[in-house]
Design a protein around this ligand. Sequence first.
Ligand code: ASP
Length: 551
Amino acid sequence: MKSLLNLPLHYQILIALIVGSLLGIAFKPPVVTPQNIVGTVQIENGDFVLSETGDGGKTYFQTTIKATPDDPDKQMGELERRFDAVAEVIKAAPGQSEYTYTISDPSVQLISERNSITIRYVREQEGKQAISSIKAASRDTLIKEHPAWVSFYDEQSQDWRHILVLGAKALGDIFLSLLKMVTIPLIVTSLISGITGLGSSSQFGRMFGRTLLYYLCTSVLAITTGLIMVNLIQPGVGAILPGGGEIVAGENESLAGVFLGLVDKLIPTNIVEALANADFLSIIFFSILFGIFTIYAGGKTAEFITKMANSGFEVMMRMTMGIIHLAPLGVLAFMYYATATQGLDIFITLSWYMLAVFMALLFHAAVVLPLILKFVAKTSPLAFAKAMSPALMTAFSTASSNATLPLTITSVEQRGKVSNKVSSFVLPLGATINMDGTALYEAVAVLFIAQATPGIDLIIMDQILVAVTALLASVGAAGIPHAGLVMMAIVLQAVGLPLEAQGIIIAVDRVLDMCRTTVNVWSDSCGCAVIDRFESGTTGSTDEVLIAGEG
Ligand code: ASP
């Protein structure tokens, strides 16, 4: 044990990552496979009432698709979108008051967290896969809204593996809370100390321009890679998307609305409120202005503020490094949770789609960004990746750029030897608006849905529209888990695709989110090396990038 603790931090985290995944596979909460379920559709007052009932009259699933007397096609359209195998059965013999359909390969899994219960029910309706998620905030809501599932929940929630999952999630959340605790003071002190350290506002303006240019170029390169990959692999052609998905995001989310919201967020009318709500953009904007005007104020005032910011920053860095020692524990807990709660069936159904996202992310992270590091930042990609590994692995396991930010800042500065002047600015802003992985993912996912939707063919102009909206969606997405999935509604709407298809890919979103978040953090880090090269002439010889201060 002692020698394990003496290992360098990145090895400790790597071991935690592997052990957590293996534990998740070995001690997965049981997946129940009920037998003899039959599906029926009853027509009651024009409504389609679908129910799937098993032995002893136990209801596994029930939903109603309301009649739409003004527009009869609408009801059938809705049924087709959500359960098209069932729609086929009705269309084959219209006019009856009851229909039955076959259910095969059913499996049910409970995924519960402290404040939410999800029951994932996967089965084939007439040979076609359908997935439904039954969600409730607590056992009481489950009793009220989904009484059929209470006995299943009571039985499953007692299983020790299930209790272990809850425990792992709670442990991981403690680590996340600690990281979140230091993030805001770290950003504020780091930005003010970095900008006052620049000494002139014109230097800041130059760095600002370069940083935005870097964000834009890498995001566009990432989207292009994604589009090429999805057109090459064509994961959606011939894919039959499972039915039953739910809509993830609000339908009214418009591009203009999102961007007005962003501008609103940029300028805080009340900085205390912005701090309390952890509005990253507002806090960054205010801190930058504070830093710049400190330079303008000059003299004793500037000296005093700079000293204070530097001291505050030093303390926050130390506090962060203390917390980072817990990273292996947090990573272990999150990896256990992630692997234990993923269903394998859906992975197989969506394997080509996942492969396309994964290959495109890999190309961007392992070819495009390293080339930029090598030729623009003039630094060794391998050594820099090794320096950044604690942050990258934490990003992978937590799926949150924001939560990883304290690790990204410490890794870039302490291990990557990038100056605080650069990282204090490039990283917090990057965590919020520079998301190469997310932008790429939006493009691949939307094209996948388009390929799998009959009658839709996205020509080159549409694909350009996808690229532009994907870029904007990635800028608008927050650095938190699943944010990219929520923002996808905007891209889907831009090219007129059904939002329902999103409900299916949510089943594999956690894994893809882990991968794209790692790429998001990696791109921000590479950005630091690039900007640092121009700001200071050189990043230092990163062939010996230091893995100092760890152990
Ligand atoms: N989870 C991602 C991040 O934090 C955002 C996304 O969902 O794509 O960077």
